[in-house]
Write a new protein. Structure first.
Lengths: 825, 160
């Protein structure tokens, strides 16, 4: 930190305006909306929770260590495992060729001839790609022996960056393909050519979004057993969904999906998207188990995680934005090139399409041209990472808006105001098909300016500039989609190809709920949380619906595909909990409440509609004096169902229900409502750049969210602040850097730098609650939030501070210092 | 090597391979799974335990190095009756944990600093936390929890 900023902000600059817990209103107290502390906390605080490396569901499992390629591209001439096998305690060594013989290539979203396996055979295509697995009685021995596996490589030329990989003359990674560009689609909405022709200003820029990763503190872990008799697999992994990948894993194992039992432990140490890709290792360990005939377990180490697990895509964007004389954005042209690494690992190229419907962001513009290309490179495969496509979109879009404001001679805030979608336009159909369900973007933006004390910031900036200091203000506005429409990924195929396949619109979640004979309630669903407090919020929803106390509700979220309700959409991604999983919980609990009301009506002699459930009792609203305890009703339903008047399943207090938000499949014109609901975020930041060191100091960060109804403000605030920390890391610190030979240069936490407590700025936060008309509780997702907006906002602030347009993220001190010396990238 | 050491007040005698990490002995030999391993190169801080009262990375210690030492892990922070320490309670109150994986190490570090009376300002807390990675919370709830346990008043924002 530069000395000159010391007087501006305290080191411990945390001021976080927590939301006020909502008061329970009406006569019936509501748990939903209250910032209650979490049921998850107690076992975590005692060290008594169960993470993947803590569980031992299959005793006597062998411990695996993976032999990985040190080359980014090489032919494998031979592998000599004899020295490894000679180590005392080694159970076996399985090579990529042996695994290839008993697996199928992973199915791909794209119809391209790329043979992707959990371990390489014949050819390695990224540094860190598995080539063999050693299994031993413990991990120490397995790692000893792994070091003794001798692989004879024939190194090949490397294509280590997307631009050169996309050149027609580039070395091809996969011989059967015609190009490293494995998907190339163009889209046109409205009349962009005409709109650009009439624009008074067209801003054209290029941007590069680097690879980065949320780096959960817990790494991947898998336990797998091949069951020869059943021809199936039992596996445990800290998987996070989407459960589309369960089917991908089963297909690679060559077994029906019903024969792959995939479970998650009760707790997972963070994921933020990254752990979706553990499915590759489920297949790898299951295949190794099949060869060796014993259960196998593997816990990834940090080096492996950084080198070879997953990351955000690198994206190269060429953007053109056309404006009329009033500063109205009239046309947008986006040329997007996503580097997905050496293989197109499912669900990629989803990063490219997750935001497709809302590529125009928060702005009212109907003329849009898009080119979306996918390129393979000699780098680790990419995948979900918090924000998933959002940061890659908003950094170019929001930078371009600020640049345009400068060229138009308008204040940036004024240009944003002129272009935001208006509340009276809701529901608003964006150019590429997203239906923004609700929101008052203008009000939200103005509240952000007010919360930031924008006028004070402007005066402060100008005063400091007069002293020669480098102070800048950044703004960003983003639409935050939540609950992905499973159909969006089919946009990677042209409409005529899509038409040959089955339509996809999935987003459903299933919930099992049961009331026991003493009135206690158990709830299960497959949202695979990794710290988001799903169990707490589910208990709040269920307690409200059934009129029972929180303590009466026991929520279990460990996945088990052989026991839990689940759908291909299940999992913890696209901020889907608050909008669709919570809806499913509410739906299931309401159905159970209806059954209780039927039972109570029989006892109280009133119609079921007249029964009210609250405080552990069922009352007749016709005659408030008459009541029966829910515990008694439950006991009757279990012990004496005949006496309850129940017929068929009416009296049963266990049920499973699935909830779906109706979404359309992409239409013939490639318009797609890519998500179910859409929130909004407006950010304001002020930074100071140290001219001597290039250090960026964030002096104040203000953000206003509208994510619909907030189900638990304490948890929502935690998500918001966590998302902001990821966005700040992406803006200022984090990048997976590769050298020209495809070696990862950031392969430890000494080189890859997530933010620590000292890097976090003072934050002002406010939540506006515009209930979504789409979801029964009015909630939208908010888990990705400022991960999408902060890189754009902070890049804008730094550009304003140093007076340079081209500000590549992450804005590390070295990079900013080079920019100040006039060294453009 | 034969070593004797105490963990959470219980004495253990074990014949331990010289190279075996303290983190692995705690987790896999003694079953004290609350000590988490996040990086195995001493950066993330998740594996931090107190060795004779001093916060130490158990992934950077060989178990044989703690012969004769008293170790306190997250499992030993609650009192014998099972009541959580004020610091543990404050973590829940202020939402200082989400996935909870990094939490045991932070609790160990903060417990030592609180006992030493070092946490007289939020700056001291922030500085203390710079040796730990948390990817969920953005650290805000953690700082507030420790500040609460240290008896610091809520902080108001300082002017620009």
């Amino acid at each position: 930190m530069g000395q000159q900023t010391q007087d501006l902000v305290p080191l411990s600059g945390f001021v976080f305006t927590m939301s006020e817990p909502m008061e329970a209103t009406e006569t019936k107290p509501s748990w939903v909306g209250r910032g209650i502390t979490r049921v998850e906390d107690d076992p975590l605080l005692r060290g008594r929770e169960w993470f993947i490396d803590d569980i031992d569901p299959l005793p006597h499992a062998g411990h695996a260590a993976i032999v990985r390629s040190p080359f980014a591209h090489a032919q494998i001439r031979s592998i000599d495992v004899s020295a490894a096998l000679a180590v005392d305690g080694v159970i076996g060594v399985v090579t990529g060729a042996e695994i290839a013989a008993i697996t199928q290539p992973f199915p791909s979203v794209l119809d391209v001839p790329i043979d992707y396996r959990p371990a390489a055979y014949e050819c390695v295509r990224f540094a860190g790609e598995p080539v063999a697995v050693v299994v031993a009685r413990d991990r120490y021995v397995a790692e000893d022996a792994a070091a003794l596996v001798v692989v004879d490589y024939d190194p090949q030329p490397v294509v280590a960056d997307p631009a050169s990989a996309a050149e027609p003359t580039a070395i091809r990674l996969h011989a059967a393909t015609t190009s490293n560009v494995v998907s190339d689609r163009t889209f046109r909405y409205g009349d962009p050519e005409q709109a650009f022709a009439t624009a008074v200003l067209v801003v054209r820029r290029r941007f590069r979004h680097p690879r980065n990763s949320a780096t959960p503190v817990e790494t991947y872990g898998v336990i797998a057993n091949w069951d020869e008799s059943r021809g199936g697999v039992d596996a445990w992994a800290n998987f996070q969904g989407p459960f589309t990948l369960h089917g991908v894993a089963a297909a690679a194992l060559g077994i029906p999906a019903s024969k792959l039992r995939l479970c998650t432990p009760p707790a997972s140490g963070g994921s933020y998207g990254i752990k979706s890709a553990v499915f590759v290792y489920v297949v790898l360990m299951a295949a190794v188990s099949r060869v060796l005939g014993i259960p196998v377990r593997w816990t990834e180490d940090r080096g492996e995680h950084l080198l070879a697990s997953s990351s955000a895509t690198e994206r190269l964007t060429e953007i053109a934005a056309g404006f009329d004389a009033d500063g109205k954005l009239v046309a947008l042209d986006l040329d997007l090139l996503d580097d997905v690494g050496a293989y197109v690992r499912a669900p990629e190229p989803a990063t490219l399409y997750r935001m497709h419907g809302c590529l125009t962001g928060a702005y009212d513009v109907q003329n849009l041209a898009v080119r979306s290309r996918v390129v393979v490179t000699n780098r680790a495969p990419t995948g979900l990472n918090r924000g998933f496509g959002g940061p890659q979109l908003y950094y170019p879009l929001e930078r371009t808006m600020m640049i345009a404001a400068g060229e138009l001679g308008l204040d940036h805030a004024e240009l944003i105001r002129r272009n935001l979608v208006r509340s009276e336009q809701m529901p608003y159909r964006a150019a590429a098909g997203a239906i923004y369900d609700s929101g008052d973007y203008l009000r939200c933006f103005d509240e952000a300016l007010e919360l930031a004390d924008y006028d004070e910031l402007l005066a402060f900036r100008d005063a400091k500039r007069a002293q020669g200091r480098l102070v800048g203000i950044g703004l960003a506005v983003v639409v935050e989609p939540s609950v992905s429409n499973m159909g969006y990924i089919s946009l990677a195929q042209p409409a005529e190809v899509r038409a040959r396949g089955l339509p996809k619109t999935g987003n459903s979640e299933g919930v099992s709920i049961a009331m026991g004979p003493h009135g206690g309630v158990t709830v299960r669903f497959t949202s695979t949380p990794q710290g988001q407090g799903h169990r707490t919020v589910a208990a709040q929803i269920v307690a409200d619906a059934l009129g029972v106390s929180l303590e009466d509700v026991d929520v279990r979220t460990e996945a088990d595909t052989s026991a839990n309700p689940w759908t291909v959409s299940s999992g913890n991604y696209s901020s889907r909990f608050s909008a669709v999983v919570a809806s499913a919980i509410h739906h299931a609990a309401t159905l159970l409440a209806d059954r209780l009301k039927t039972l109570a009506a029989h006892e109280l002699g009133c119609p079921p509609e007249a029964v009210v459930l609250s405080d552990g009792k069922a009352r007749s609203s016709d005659d408030g004096e008459r009541s029966i305890s829910i515990r008694r009703l439950a006991g009757g339903a279990h012990w004496n169902p005949a006496g309850t008047g129940a017929v068929g399943d009416v009296g049963g207090l266990a049920l499973t229900a699935t909830y779906t938000i109706p979404l359309p499949e992409p239409d013939a014109d490639d318009r797609c409502n890519t998500s179910a609901v859409y929130g909004f975020i407006a950010d304001v930041a002020i930074v100071e750049v140290d001219a001597e060191t290039g250090q960026v100091q964030v002096l104040r960060y203000a953000t206003v969210h509208d994510a619909g109804r907030i189900l638990n403000p304490l948890i929502a605030d935690g998500q918001m602040m966590g998302g902001l920390a990821h966005g700040l890391g992406a803006a200022l610190l984090e990048e997976h850097r590769y050298d020209e030979d495809g070696n990862l240069m950031t392969a430890s936490f000494l080189d890859y730098l997530p933010p620590t407590a000292t890097e976090l700025p003072p934050v002002r936060h406010r939540a506006i609650e515009t209930p979504s008309p789409t979801t029964p509780l009015g909630a939208k997702g908010l888990g990705e939030g400022n991960t999408m907006s902060a890189p754009a906002c902070l890049a804008n602030a730094v550009a304003d501070a140093i007076g340079i347009d081209a500000v590549p993220i992450p804005l590390t001190p070295a990079r900013v210092w080079a920019l100040l010396q006039g060294e453009a990238e | 090597m034969n070593v004797e050491f105490a963990v959470n007040g219980r004495t253990y005698r074990r014949d331990i391979e010289d190279r075996r990490l303290l983190s692995d002995v705690l987790r896999h030999d003694l079953g004290l799974r609350g000590t988490h391993v996040g990086c195995e190169h001493g950066v993330c801080g998740a594996c931090t335990v107190l060795v004779d009262g001093v916060a130490s990375r158990s992934c950077l210690l060989l178990a044989v190095q703690v012969a004769g030492c008293e170790i306190l892990t997250v499992e030993g922070l609650a009192d014998p009756a099972g009541t959580l320490s004020p610091l543990q309670v404050a973590f829940s109150t202020h939402h200082g944990l989400q996935c909870g994986f990094c939490t045991p190490g932070i609790l160990a570090t903060a417990t030592e600093a609180l006992e030493r009376g070092e946490l007289t300002s939020r700056a001291a807390i922030t500085d203390l936390l710079s040796g730990h990675l948390c990817r969920c919370t953005g650290y805000v709830g953690i700082i507030e929890a420790i500040a609460d346990a240290a008896g610091l008043p809520p902080e108001s924002e300082r002017a620009l």
